[in-house]
Design a protein around this ligand. Sequence first.
Ligand code: SF4
Length: 298
Amino acid sequence: MIVQIAKHSGFCYGVKRAVQILDDLIESNNGQKKVFTLGPIIHNNQVTEYYEEKGVKIIEKLTDFVDNRVDGDRLVIRSHGAPKFVYDLAEAQGFVVYDATCPYVKKIQNTVSSYHLKGYNIIIVGDMNHPEVLGINGWCDESATIMNNLHDVENMKPSDEPFCIVAQTTFNLSTWDQMIDLFSKKLSNVIINNTICLATEQRQNACVELSKSVDFMIVIGGKHSSNTRKLVEICSKNATTIHIETKDDLVDVSMFKSDTKIGIAAGASTPDWIVESVILKIENEGEVFFDGKSQFNG
Ligand code: SF4
């Protein structure tokens, strides 16, 4: 069988950077202070387990009192970023904050913050429950209107007021384009910032291309990872597609015949060792001699 990996698969720049910040912190800290992350450092259970084994603890919400914490403990803000109040609260609780917010996300936070101060209405195009969107909204006093689809824009009243629109970095590009067309018709004073990350666009385009040329697509990434789920959606339009987290989810390798063309794509939070272990499982017809994890270095 022919196995091909989509270009731009796996860790993006922001995720690599966040993981590196956490790795450097663990190394320099040398067990002296407790290390916490606000939410899992990335949306990948296997990576989360890897860091748990290294003593990193996850705080789900900073509003909760954190047990066994002492002044000077470390708190890492992951690549999705966090609302402004979280930084204030972390400082008030005595944490030393390590900010691993992706610089592209930080730029969106700065944009909404400055336009909010200038009196603009803020619209975030994205998923209202996604931590990145919640984080961005936290830089304009939670004043943003969050819209996710064309229907939301259709329901909007035309307005002459000033608006600033930004997108969740992982938002679907073609839906964004359609929404922007409609926004431009309804809003006469609008600043539109296409803040969809290039990594997302490249990864999505590579998936479209590869899924058109194969029989079967395997998309590897966390079940809760929004960017991985979008790759599944895109690939499903062109090829039979399955979404797996690890090689263990790939139960029946015998369904692949010798002439099956298989495409593999990985979400932004999927480490290379997981991709490699899936390929090895396919190539060895289900027998796995090596799980690749020993290669993971962040
Ligand atoms: S997808 Fe883009 S914006 Fe999001 S973390 Fe990766 S590089 Fe940053």
